[in-house]
Write a protein that binds this ligand. Structure first.
Ligand code: HEC
Length: 129
């Protein structure tokens, strides 16, 4: 029945459980909070990747702003499980780390970072006259 379907859709939208079609599933506002939060005894993501992931404290720390959400989520899961090895990142996001990430944290942070303006750019050759 048409009205039943509409009520079900309205209920889903009201709970916020339907992500924008084609968009990342995470909540960017929660992702921002999580990215900037300093855990007890640990340090925030932003302390190395800078505000909105658009910079970094040194050249070995990657820029994150504007990266694809799927890629960010995949690689954060890999750091968490140890499949991707990096002493700094593993020591934080692993379940027994100083800044452990839940599945929801990963989705939210990835959605937040993907929505930020990237500071990377491609070379634009000078215009010919
Ligand atoms: C102590 C500094 C530091 C902190 C704090 C830190 N990172 Fe990183 N992060 C790094 C470095 C260095 C790398 C590069 C590691 C490598 O080569 O694999 C990295 C890599 C990453 C990558 C992979 C980027 C890519 O292009 O593949 C993601 C995503 C990431 N960090 C997210 C986070 C999140 C989310 C947090 C907070 C939970 C965080 N980082 C906290 C230093 C840090």
């Amino acid at each position: 029945m048409k009205s039943t379907a509409l009520i079900a859709l309205a209920a889903l939208l009201a709970t916020g459980s339907v992500a924008a079609v084609g968009g990342p599933p995470g909540n960017p506002a929660l992702g921002k909070q999580r990215f900037e939060a300093t855990p007890p005894g640990g340090q925030s993501c932003a302390s190395c990747h800078l505000e909105s992931g658009a910079g970094a404290i040194d050249d070995s720390t990657p820029l994150l702003a504007g990266q694809h959400a799927d890629y960010l989520a995949m690689t954060l899961r890999q750091y968490r499980s140890g499949e991707r090895v990096n002493v700094l990142m593993n020591a934080q996001v692993a379940p027994d780390g100083t800044n452990p990430l839940t599945d929801a944290d990963i989705e939210n942070i990835s959605a937040y970072l993907a929505a930020q303006r990237s500071t990377l750019h491609t070379y634009q050759p000078p215009r010919r006259r």
